[in-house]
Design a protein around this ligand. Structure first.
Ligand code: ADP
Length: 477
């Protein structure tokens, strides 16, 4: 089998490889991907540092053309890349193709942004002096990504980093190197100069840790677990480095008595179970007021009966497998914890077998949960959600906000008063009214508060905040 290698200083390199396994069919090896060493990582950082002076001064048309070419190729290959994504991560083919299209759109967006770079010219408070405010590239950016969005998250970090003139050392998650390799290959062929984008696949404890220990990374943008995010933060203080962290969520979805029941059920089922619940914006706390509670639980249970859990590439699959054995164990451990804590298992909870050996778990719904239970406080990252019964809107809002996280927060209601109040008072970076907590646009800010995020927002023009540094220049007229 061919080894998909690392890209360091414009050369494909690496003989040590690991198997990329399909979670829908663990007999299938998706490909062999290089596993980089600490030395590879240091070489990649050195290459990115050497490439920075020229790339940081590159013309905006050159950046535009490369980003546009990448976006166009991803779109042209959406079915093939979508299938690769579904095979390595396990989300369904339509979800995977949708994510691939999103990655293409992100490159198109930042291709446009490259042509719109601008600063400000303002008068000084002193006479005969002019002031210019400009944004300059930050330097070498370390990009560390998780496994749950194998193409969109790399895209939304790589595209702005390049657009604003930075060079990159990119380390994707061990479980899903395929899509990352594909976009690096596409960008490399699109004409990026050597060393501007370096790919080092491999272990977090080796490649990732070497990045954290380097004094030469001016910034690290990270998406992953709270534990690793904290390591990124601590190491970055040491090196006076800018960071952008996207970590966990325990997102609430409030359902009020006046909600349209079918809208609420669609939004809740999507939020909790689509993409196998493996989204940081997934909702795992369904906070439901008394008057609609029983009808909501009955309708959710009926809805869950209609969702097929099966091979990600099979037509008609609604929910693919869990990503790997370790995550499956986490999910089933939490199901046991929920039962022991006294929540009632209303649906699912069992492993299922299909034609191919894979990590198949039924969508699982608890009822009679309280917000103090571990299943309500800790991120599970699987197809497991709990219904928490509350008296009224005020209690619903209080419970929704009573969490260490603050990424996305949803409400199902037909009341303008409650929707408006909720938008204003939900302690989250993103608020959804009559929509799932997950599923966001690519041209507007993405990010959260409290334990979910640290640093400035990702995506859209707000991305400039992280990927640039501001300069204020004064000139005597
Ligand atoms: P998850 O538990 O969802 O895999 P992680 O935070 O462990 O979340 O992984 C997110 C990314 O962080 C992955 O690319 C992983 O390899 C990387 N990572 C893990 N450990 C470290 C570390 N010590 N230093 C830097 N990166 C790491």
């Amino acid at each position: 089998m061919t080894i998909y290698q690392n890209l360091i200083a414009g050369e494909w390199t690496g003989a040590d490889a690991v198997e990329n396994i399909n979670p829908s069919d663990t007999k299938e090896v998706v490909g062999l991907y290089a596993s980089g060493s600490a030395a590879d990582t240091r070489n990649a950082i050195a290459a990115a540092k050497a490439a920075f002076p020229a790339w940081s001064r590159s013309g905006i048309w050159e950046r535009h053309v490369i980003l546009k070419k990448a976006g166009d190729e991803i779109m042209a290959r959406k079915d093939e890349l979508g299938a690769l994504l579904a095979r390595e991560e396990g989300k369904t083919l339509p979800e995977a193709i949708g994510e691939t299209i999103r990655a293409s759109q992100i490159f198109e967006f930042f291709a446009g942004e490259a042509l719109r770079l601008a600063g400000e010219v303002v008068p000084s408070v002193r006479p005969n002096i002019g002031v210019e405010i400009t944004r300059e590239p930050l330097g070498v950016i370390g990009i560390i990504t998780p496994w749950n969005f194998p193409i969109a998250i790399p895209a939304w970090k790589i595209a702005p980093a390049l657009c604003y003139g930075n060079t990159i050392v990119f380390k994707p998650a061990e479980l899903v190197p395929g899509c990352s390799w594909a976009i690096v290959d596409i960008l490399n062929r699109a004409g990026l100069p050597k060393g501007v984008l370096n790919l080092v696949m491999g272990k977090g404890s080796i490649v990732g840790q070497t990045m954290l220990d380097s004094p030469d990374l001016a910034g690290i943008t990270f998406t992953g677990s709270v534990g690793t995010g904290k390591r990124v933060a601590v190491s970055s203080i040491e090196h006076n480095r800018k960071i952008q962290l996207e970590m966990g969520g325990k997102n609430p979805m409030v359902v009020l008595d006046d909600a349209d029941l079918s809208v609420a059920v669609e939004a809740a089922a999507n939020s909790a179970f689509f993409s196998t619940g493996q989204r940081c914006t997934a909702s795992s706390r369904l906070i439901v007021t008394e008057g609609i509670h029983d009808r909501f639980v009955a309708a959710m249970t009926e809805k869950l009966k209609t969702l097929n859990v099966d091979h990600a590439l099979k037509t008609g699959t609604h929910i693919g497998p869990v990503v790997d054995e370790r995550q499956l164990k986490t999910d089933t451990d939490y199901i046991e914890i929920g039962k022991k804590e006294g929540a009632k298992l209303a649906f699912g909870g069992e492993l299922i077998s299909r034609d191919t050996p894979g990590f198949y778990l039924q969508p699982t719904l608890f009822t009679e949960a309280t917000n103090q239970m571990r299943i309500s406080r800790e991120e599970i990252f699987g197809p497991v959600a709990s219904v928490i019964r509350v008296k009224d809107y005020d209690e619903a809002l209080a419970v929704a906000n009573d969490t260490p996280f603050g990424l996305s927060s949803g409400i199902a209601t037909t009341s303008l008063k409650h929707a408006t109040h909720f938008k204003r008072n939900a302690e989250a970076g993103m608020v959804m009214v009559n929509l799932p907590t997950a599923g966001v646009d690519f041209h507007v800010p993405f990010g959260g508060r409290k334990g979910s995020s640290y640093g400035s927002r990702e995506q859209g023009k707000y991305a400039a905040e992280f990927f640039t540094t501001v300069k204020t220049a004064y000139t005597l007229a």
